[in-house]
Structure formats: C-alpha cells, structure tokens
Design a protein around this ligand. Structure first.
Ligand SMILES: Nc1nc2c(c(=O)[nH]1)N[C@@H](CNc1ccc(C(=O)N[C@@H](CCC(=O)N[C@@H](CCC(=O)N[C@@H](CCC(=O)O)C(=O)O)C(=O)O)C(=O)O)cc1)CN2
Ligand code: MET
Ligand SMILES: [Zn+2]
Length: 781
C-alpha cells in the first residue's frame, strides 16, 4: 500500500496573475461580476486539474479567495460589522469588496452594487511571519454568528462536478477568532461557543454531501498559546467529533514546531494532524513516536515557504525510520504549509542562470517533488532513483558552487567591528549638529518616498524592458516625472523632499536587481494583498553591491532643488524578509551581508552631499519569530544589521527609518536601539494610540507619526490632520515631531495625493503658528 500525498493550498492568483487582472477590471467597472466569477471558476478548475495531473491524492478546495481567506471566513460566519450594506443572508460581492477595500458609497464605485454609507476597509495586517496580508475580523461585544453560505461545501461540489474529489479547507475557529479584534477590547476567543454551531453546520453539510475528509487549519498551534486557548482547541474538536463522527478531520498546524502545544495537538479527538516538518523538523520523530495509533500524520516535508528544490535523498533518510514504524494508511506527505507563498511555476523563468534554475522549485514543481517522495517511501525507489540522485546532486552543487561563495564578502563580514555598528556620537549631540546643518522648521513636513506609480510609469518601464523604449528615452521620461514631482513638492511647501521612486518597480526588487548574490524572476509573482503582488527576489549567494545603486538618481534629484532631498534605501532586514533566502547559511549572516552593501550606498550618498538618508525597515516587525523565546536573538541581529548599514556616516548626516503595518509594543526597545535620528511610522488609523508606547518609553529621537492614511483613497481634511498632530503632541514633545503620511504613496492616484499633502502642509503650518504664539504650548488630547 502506498503512502498518500496531500496539498494544503495552491496559489490562487493564477499563473499569469489572471485573478489580479480580473479583479482590477471589475473594480474599475471595465468588466462585470459575471466575468469575474467566470475567471475565478476557470482558475479553480485549472488548478484542481493541475494538481490531479501531478498525482496529488488529497487536493484542497476552498483554498481559493477573491481577496483573502480570513475575510472569507468572517463573511461566511456573518462577522460583518454594520455599515457595509449587509442585511443578513447571502453576502454579495459589493459588501465583500467594501470590507476588503472600503467603499466611497455607491456613486464612486460604479459596480452597481449597494454599498451603503462610505466606509473604511477592515484593518489589514501581516499573516503570521509572512508578507501576505489578511483582513482583521472585527468583532463586537454582542457578536452573533450565522452561516451566510457554505463556501467549503460549494467548492467541494464545484470540484466534484468536474470529476475531482477534494478535501475542503477551512480556517479553524480558534485561529480565526485569535486573528480578529473585538471592538471593546475583549478577547475574541470568548466568542467561541457562539461560533461553533456555525462550523458544526458547515461540517454536517459537508458530511451529507459525501466529503470524507476536511482540512481545518489551526496555525495558531505554532504560536505561544494561553491555557484558555489550548482548552478552546480541545473543546472545539471535541464538539466536532460529536457532531460529525462520519467526517474525518485533519487539523493542520504550520509555520513552526508545535513545541509546548504538542500535547494539546496530540490530544485532539481528530482523525489526522498535519505537522510542519520543515520548521518543526526536529520534533517530528518524537511526535510520530507518541502519536495515538489511530491518528493519521500528515508530514510537511517539502518547504512551502521557500523556493529551493529539496534534497530528496536527505528527506528520505530522515523520514524512512519514521515511516517504518507506522502503517502506510496512517501517513501522508505534504508541503509544510499552503503553497500560497510561492510563485506558480518555473516555466517562464528562461532567463535564470541554468544552475540556479535547476535548484529551484515553485508551487507546481513542489508537487512533483512530493510525487517522487511518495514513490521512494512506498517501496518504489528504483522507479525514482534517478530523480532522487539528481535532487541530491543539485543540492550539493548549490552548497559548493563558486557562484554562491564570495571570499571578499565573507572576509569583509569577519572584519566587522562593534564601532562600525554605532554612530560616532549619541543622538543628543548629533541633533544639534543636524539642526545647524539642515535649518528645518519645527514640525517639518516630508513624505515616505514613493509617489503614484501611474499606468504611464509602469507602461514606460514595461516598454523599456520589452525593448520598445530605449534606455535614453526611458531615463528622460523618468527625469521628467521626477522633476515635476519635485516642483510640485516645492510649490505645495513640503520641507524635506523625495524624488518619488519612479525608477523603481518595487522597493526590494529594485535593489536586488543591482546586487550580486541576488537573482530575480520574470513571472515569480506572489500575492501580497488582494490583487497586489510582489516578485520576491532570490538570494542564492553572498550578497554585495558591485556599484552605487541610487546615487545617480539622488544627485539628479538634489540638483533640481535647494531643499534637502532624502536619499531613499531599503534596509537589510526588509531586503532579507521580502526575499527568498538561501538556506545553507544562517539568516543573520545573510542580513549582515546586505547591511554591508547598504552601508556602502549610505556612505556614497553622503559623499555626494545627500544630508538625509532614509533606510526603510517596514518588515522588521513581521520578521519577529512566532515564539517569544526567539525574539531576543532575532531583534539582536536585526537591529545590529540596521545599525551596521546606518552608522558609517558623520554626525551631521541625518538617518531616517520608516516602518508601517507595525505593532510597536513588543519591539519598542529594539526601535530605540536602532538609533535612527528619525523614524516615520503608520499611526493614522490607530488615532495616535500607537504613540503611547513611544511616550511611555520616552522615545528619545525624532518621530513622524503618520497623519494621512494612505491605504484609503479618501483625502483627509486639514482639521483631521490638525487633530492628529495635536494628539501626537499630547504624547511627545513637538520638537521631536515630523509631519508625514503613514507610508509611501505609490498605490494612490495624484488626484488624491495632491490635495491630501496640501492639507498636511496647511495643518503643519497652523500648528507652527500656534507654537510660535504660545511659548511652551502643549495641547491636551
Ligand atoms: N516587496 C514588497 N513587499 C511589500 C511591500 C512592497 O512595497 N514591496 N509593501 C507592502 C505591501 N504593499 C504592496 C503595495 C503595492 C504593491 C504593488 O503595487 N504591486 C504591483 C507590482 C509592482 C511591480 O513589481 N511592478 C513592476 C511590474 C509591473 C507589471 O506588472 N508589469 C506588467 C506590465 C505592465 C504594463 O504593461 O502595464 C508585467 O510585467 O506583466 C513595475 O512597475 O515595473 C502589482 O501588484 O501590480 C505590492 C505590495 C508590504 N509588502
Ligand atoms: C512599505 S514601506 C514603503 C517605503 C517606500 N520608501 C515608499 O515610499 O514606498
Ligand atoms: Zn511603509
């Protein structure tokens, strides 16, 4: 009898981002709902068939989503706050997208749905430690739940209608609640008893429809859990076992080891348990030894978070003893987690170095690996011997390749000393020098870096890449865009300018393309949120910067204005976090290599007279390990890497950093340790409450709390911005404050950006005036 394979989830955006384009066409009114639904149906069918062809035994359904699976779950159980045009029953696309993206009211959208009042989107935040964003379910105190539509059932039936028998996937109730927020600050997990009947109904209907297995994702098992949360898991699955005795439930944990949640996981009265065998490889054998005899173990042996081909010989060696001790029908092999975080397939990557390409596996190729592994573990080794040998040979080549190792980089790293990681003098001393040098007003205004990436900008870049627009013409076009953005900033009265980042496709990819040790794909798109995608570059070797990356643009931009022009760089932690990283050396070493490259750039910018240099680190928080006991180590090397990149400059050069989507409570000490002269952060949606922690910790340096929510098309009024600045001034000294938006403006349109920034400048001026009039002014929030 052969061991079975399973897949936990497949990328939903489509091989050529079909879903992205269908969504954007629908949102802009260029296509109708019918077209969108058809495209989605076609994609699902295509993905199911592909998995079937690849021989996957347990194929997932309901892993598709129009935007996000957490939002889908909230919508499915009727956790829909007021004001989104839902009055019970089936949830239409208009309500769904209003929750995802906010609504301007009916008129502005033109999609014909009923939207109700203008309403902001649900909050969006990072899904575990990934670059994927989910929509945060919003619960109210008296929250009830109701099944608005059994999506897993619909998906199961849809697949069966084309002859594919699937294993529906549902986000587990405990993880779902834990990811949400209750408006009154209560613990959402307290809502479990109200939620369970809805889940029971879903499961009963699935059982009646003939599903034999269902996969319920509880990645919260990889987090630090309270006793209450563990108990909630036990109660949940006990209730399900009673409700649907004929339906086999597989609980899936991923993104980390079970650690101290292991006894809880093993005590759940379920038929199967999925374990992340990549991040939790060390505990696998012990858990398999202790698992109840009847429990089906799904072993996540193929890395679902990275793009490297597995060394299958190595996997077989590790797993064979474990397989030998268990009946084959109680074992399954799978990727470590859903393949959502991987690009579709390698077929378009014809420009990659052949040796590198041979060492990669994207979502589709991961399924091929799984099939080989199944044969090897099921006694058919001779049939796959050649493939296994090839995989090991490739893995060995990758580790020893000369393309991977650069003695110069490795030598430089060894020579890094403590004093390279700190500025010559403390902030208090630098501050005076910088003030003298920069002559900025109190409450200086600035923006975060990017201006709208208009269709025109993207078209020009695309035309240049295709060879239809010469480099000279492309560059001239970018110069015009940059110069006009500079003129506009001067006219509206911004104090510290940015060049607008028009020449950049993405803040990570742009730098990666100019560094050695990095490769990038043509079509390696991964969903970041909704229709927005990124192409994470691949760090395959030692990283270095062969030549300056941004200096020419910085010089050009500074030459067009007498105001300070910020140099704009992406920091080492973010360059690491938003890339696929080699797995043959520790991440912190890779991070330090990138830090040295950025350090060179920082110093070159200083040399050409750039007085303020911003090093963005928006991914610092999301890199935080899932378990608290690993935090200190991470924060240690992450902040050291930042300081290594930032500290090679004179006192008078002002270093900024920027973070967004960040919860700062957990990392405040690390932020202080980074010792940036100024930090800009996302705060506008939290009404400056986020600043409490900066105030409590007496954040010593300068800080720009965002006063303009750039995730919304809405233009904030002068009064609103004044209020936000007042709230900030109540928490921090006005002399510490900068006035800026929450984040870059690349996803916005100029029509929104221009009035919004004009209002921001007006607000700053009003408050400066007040400050000048009343000495020692202080506003109470
Ligand atoms: N890496 C990364 N992660 C991040 C962020 C980030 O900025 N970068 N920010 C946060 C998430 N926010 C995001 C905000 C915007 C986009 C975004 O706009 N993505 C673009 C793609 C950006 C890009 O790489 N653009 C390229 C390629 C554009 C493209 O698709 N070109 C077409 C052709 C275009 C045409 O002819 O019109 C093609 O290649 O097929 C460019 O501008 O050059 C998209 O989905 O549309 C992504 C994430 C957190 N994580
Ligand atoms: C996701 S943080 C973005 C920072 C970058 N400098 C920008 O303005 O787009
Ligand atoms: Zn940002």
């Amino acid at each position: 009898m052969s061991i079975k394979t399973a897949n936990l989830g497949f990328p939903r955006i489509g091989k050529h981002r079909e879903l992205k384009f269908a969504l954007e066409a629908y949102w802009s009114g260029k296509s109708d709902a019918q077209t969108l639904l058809e495209t989605a149906g076609t994609l699902r069918a295509k993905h199911w068939k592909l998995q079937q062809e690849k021989g996957v035994d347990a194929i997932p359904s309901n892993d598709f989503s129009f935007y996000d699976h957490v939002l889908d779950t909230a919508v499915m159980v009727g956790a829909i706050p007021d004001g989104y045009g839902w009055s019970g029953g089936h949830v239409g696309l208009a309500t769904y997208f209003a929750l995802a993206r906010g609504s301007q009211g009916e008129a502005a959208c033109g999609c014909g749905g009923t939207h109700g009042e203008p309403r902001a989107a649900l909050e969006m935040t990072k899904w575990f430690d990934t670059n994927y964003h989910y929509l945060v379910p919003e619960f109210s105190a008296g929250q009830g739940f109701i099944l608005t539509g059994n999506r897993p059932l619909e998906a199961f039936l849809e697949a069966r209608a084309i002859g594919i028998y699937t294993r529906p996937v549902i986000l587990g109730p405990v993880t779902f609640l834990k990811l949400g927020k209750a408006r009154d600050g209560s613990d959402p997990v307290d809502l479990l008893d109200r939620l369970l009947p809805v889940y029971r109904k879903i499961l009963v209907e699935l059982q009646e429809a003939g599903a034999d297995w269902v996969q319920i994702d509880e990645p919260c098992l990889a987090l630090d859990l309270t006793d209450k949360e563990r108990d909630s898991l036990v109660r949940t699955y006990t209730a399900f076992a009673e409700a649907v005795p004929g339906l086999s439930i597989l609980v899936a944990s991923y993104y980390g080891p079970l650690g101290d949640n292991r006894d809880t996981a093993l005590s759940l009265p379920v038929a199967g348990l999925h374990l992340d065998g990549i991040r939790g490889g060390e505990e696998l054998a012990a858990i398999a030894g202790d698992a109840p005899a009847h429990l089906l173990l799904s072993l996540g042996l193929i890395d679902g978070r990275n793009i490297w081909r597995a060394d299958l010989e190595d996997v077989v060696q590790r797993i064979e003893p474990l397989v030998a001790g268990r009946a084959p029908d109680l074992l399954q092999i799978a990727p470590s987690c859903s393949l959502l975080h991987l690009p579709f397939d390698l077929s378009d990557e014809t420009a990659l170095d052949l040796e590198l390409r041979a060492s990669l596996a994207f979502a589709s190729e991961k399924l091929d690996e799984l099939a080989v592994l199944r044969e090897a573990l099921s006694g058919n080794r001779p049939a796959v011997e050649a493939k296994i040998a090839a995989s090991s040979r490739i893995a060995r080549t990758r580790r020893t390749s000369r393309k991977v190792h650069d003695p110069l980089v490795e030598g430089r790293l060894l020579a890094v000393s403590r004093d390279m990681m700190q500025r010559a003098r403390p902030y208090s001393a630098r501050r005076t020098v910088q003030q003298h040098h920069l002559h900025l007003p109190v409450l200086p205004t600035t923006t975060i870096g990017s201006f709208p990436q208009t269709m025109e900008v993207r078209r020009a870049r695309s035309a240049h890449l295709k060879g239809e627009l010469s480099y000279i013409d492309y560059k001239a076009f970018l110069e015009r865009e940059t110069e006009s953005a500079i003129r506009w900033q001067e006219d509206v009265g911004i104090d510290v300018l940015v060049h607008g980042e028009f020449e950049r496709n993405d803040m990570v990819q742009y730098f990666a393309e100019q560094m050695d040790g990095y490769a990038f794909t043509k079509n390696g798109w991964v969903q970041s949120y909704g229709s927005r995608c990124v192409r994470p570059p691949i760090i395959y070797g030692d990283v270095s910067r062969p030549r300056p990356m941004t200096v020419d643009w910085a010089v050009f931009a500074q030459s067009k204005t007498s105001r300070p022009m910020k140099g704009m760089l992406t920091g080492p932690v973010t360059m690491l976090q938003w890339s696929f990283v080699r797995d043959d050396i520790p991440r912190d070493v890779v991070c330090r290599q990138i830090a040295l490259a950025i350090r060179d750039e920082v110093q070159d910018l200083e040399k050409v007279g750039i007085a303020i240099i911003q090093i963005d680190e928006p991914a610092l928080r999301e890199g935080l390990p899932l378990r608290r006991r690993d935090w200190q180590a991470y924060l240690g090397w992450a902040t050291e890497s930042f300081r290594l990149s930032a500290s090679g400059v004179a006192d008078r050069t002002q270093i900024h950093t920027h973070m967004c989507y960040s919860e700062f409570n957990d990392i405040m000490d690390a932020i202080i340790t980074m010792d940036a002269d100024a930090i800009s952060i996302e705060t506008s949606r939290s009404k400056m409450e986020l600043l409490d922690v900066f105030a409590d910790k007496r954040y010593p340096n300068e800080i720009g709390p965002g006063v303009y929510d750039i995730h919304s098309p809405r233009v904030p009024t002068v009064e609103e911005i004044v209020e936000l600045i007042e709230a900030a001034s109540a928490r921090l000294d006005p002399s510490q404050l900068w006035i800026n938006p929450d984040c870059g403006l690349k996803t916005r349109r100029w029509e929104e950006v221009k009035p919004a920034l004009a209002n921001m400048v007006q607000a700053a001026r009003q408050l400066r005036q007040r400050l000048a009039e009343s000495d020692g002014w202080r506003v109470i929030a």
